[in-house]
Design a protein around this ligand. Sequence first.
Ligand code: MN3
Length: 200
Amino acid sequence: MTFKLPALPYAYDALAPHMSAETLEYHHDKHHQAYVDQGNKLAGAGTKYEGKSIEDICKAAFDAKDQPVINNIGQHFNHMHFWNWMKKDGGGSKLPGSIEKLVADYGGLEKVRADFIEAGKGQFGSGWAWLTIKDGRLAVAKTPNGENPLMHGASPILGCDVWEHSYYIDYRNQRPKYLETWFDNLINWEYVEAMASGKV
Ligand code: MN3
């Protein structure tokens, strides 16, 4: 398959002031583009990964310890969804029904929020904080660099990029403040539900 940079699903300034146009321009146009370009060289047409879905490439690369593909295809998968996990006027406590049930079974939204933020704070260096479904239940996870929960036997339904390129322009070194703001103001819970139900 040929990987392509998807267009942002909103204007560059749509998420301000929580995430600036400058951050989105660099993050989407430069960082994500670089993962796509490298991904095509490493796992596109003519490679042993040709014909596999991106999800299967993530798993196969991890099993084979193919670090360049883990990095670049992992990051392409993560960012494709990251843009959609955010929206203008997101966050809040009104969750779609199926997500509300998963969250209630976990212990409530405040516990999910606290554990998710803790996962993002606790990821030393670059990586991601996640909500996943594992064995039918909601779980919180963190991964380093370009890894994602697919590589660890779980299905990601929400992920927050905690690489500095995602927050340094807007929050400088304050990763906890970025995570709190992101959770409270940017999450697109409808997209979380779509992923949880297998619609995307
Ligand atoms: Mn990123």
